[in-house]
Design a protein around this ligand. Structure first.
Ligand SMILES: NC(=O)c1ccc[n+]([C@@H]2O[C@H](COP(=O)([O-])OP(=O)(O)OC[C@H]3O[C@@H](n4cnc5c(N)ncnc54)[C@H](O)[C@@H]3O)[C@@H](O)[C@H]2O)c1
Ligand SMILES: CC(C)[C@H](C(=O)O)[C@@H](O)C(=O)O
Ligand SMILES: [Mg+2]
Length: 348
């Protein structure tokens, strides 16, 4: 029986993974093991990513991750903050490819920040590089020669890192509408110039894919002007982080966007909503569980080869929404559990 590791994390993480687990239990037979991560783990063990949690992630067939982040730990040493656990798992499991689909579910036009006719056109897969860039470069605080405090974070990619994520971008485009837009800032950044050069080199292997390049500032603008122009976006870690939160509001809510983080080695992956621990609504039963439920569907599709069950879950979310189920972020009043129950009812 497949082993699914559940790392609920902080804030709304446990609230939404609980509901995603119920949906998984409905569609198949799995063994679940849970372990603490983030601030919750730090409180329990003194470390945000305990050895036992990482070991569970390694021996599982797939990881369902909730969210981490706790205002209480915002000022402690960076390596002990909740975020270090998430970055640590991504790095340790070599999860370099992060797929973040943004699509508007019919009926959510009113929840989108865009006009309905524009909102309806969004159906983009953001392929975000996840283990490099300014996130993992050398960083720190130091003093300038004049004695001023200086913070620094090195942005870097080597050609191998760019090539492998570019290939994921092209392969993803091959399975969709065969249009790939590489987003960078090559007009200013050397890291981006290398990115662009390597993406162009890789494109020779994918003659059927139409490749375009866009600077990230323009991409942010185009994403709200005409999101329908994008099929697949491939971009670096930082730009992908920002553009995916932006895309979520085109699609109705950050509570709707799932993600898959993959290594390309076997089927192992980690699946998580793109949102965080939402301290402002944590513990109130207000969180939208759909991003976590849809992440569970991606888990079945990408790690467990259960595409039919993944389709069923996605169809159930779509049906619950067309039937009018809405949490507060979508303009409704359903609780987290009631929203999940609407999805479960639609599954039956
Ligand atoms: N992958 C992750 O675990 C992850 C992602 C982003 C942020 N974080 C962390 O989360 C903490 C809070 O960060 P933030 O406030 O910038 O981002 P956030 O995504 O947690 O919240 C941003 C806003 O969106 C709302 N929101 C988020 N998820 C929602 C859901 N499922 N349903 C309804 N509303 C939802 C929140 O209430 C908040 O108003 C920080 O510690 C941050 O580092 C973690
Ligand atoms: C919490 C943070 C480290 C994380 C990121 O920046 O990757 C989050 O924003 C995300 O999108 O998963
Ligand atoms: Mg983010």
């Amino acid at each position: 029986m497949p082993l699914i590791a559940i790392l609920p994390g902080d804030g709304i993480g446990p609230e939404v993974t609980r509901e995603a687990r119920r949906v998984l239990e409905r569609v198949g037979d799995f063994t679940f093991e849970e372990a603490p991560v983030g601030g919750a783990a730090y409180r329990e063990t003194g470390h945000p990513l305990p050895e036992a949690t990482l070991a569970l992630a390694r021996r599982s067939d797939a990881v369902l991750f909730g969210a981490i982040g706790d205002p209480e730990f915002e000022a402690i040493e960076r390596s002990l903050r909740p975020e270090a656990a998430l970055l640590g798992i991504r790095k340790e499991l070599n999860l370099f490819a992060n797929l973040r689909p943004a699509k508007l579910f019919a009926g959510l036009e009113d929840a989108s920040s865009l006009r309905p006719e524009i909102a309806r056109s969004i159906d983009v897969m953001i392929v975000r590089e996840l283990t490099g860039d300014v996130y993992f470069g050398e960083k720190g605080h130091r003093k300038t020669p004049e004695g001023l405090r200086e913070g620094h974070d090195l942005m870097r990619y080597d050609e191998r890192e760019v090539e492998r994520i570019a290939r994921v971008g092209f392969e993803t485009a091959m399975r969709r509408k065969k249009r790939l837009c590489s987003v960078d800032k090559a007009n200013v950044l050397e890291t981006s110039q290398l990115w662009r050069d390597v993406v162009i080199e890789v494109s020779a292997d994918y003659p059927d894919v139409t490749l375009s390049h866009m600077y990230v500032d323009n991409a942010a603008m185009q994403l709200v002007r005409d999101p329908g122009q994008f099929d697949v976006i491939v971009t670096g870690n930082l730009f992908g982080d920002i553009l995916s939160d932006q895309a979520s509001m085109c699609a109705g809510s950050i509570g709707m966007l799932p993600s898959a983080s993959l290594s390309g080695e076997g089927g192992r992956g980690m699946y998580e909503p793109i949102h965080g621990s939402a301290p402002d609504i944590a513990g109130q039963g207000k969180a939208n569980p759909c991003a976590a439920i849809l992440s569970a569907a991606m888990l079945l599709r990408y790690s467990l080869g259960m595409a039919a069950e993944a389709d069923r879950i996605e169809a159930a979310v779509a049906k619950a929404i067309t039937d009018g189920a809405r949490t507060a972020d979508l303009g409704g009043s359903l609780s987290t559990t009631a929203m999940a129950e609407a999805v479960l009812a639609a599954l039956a």
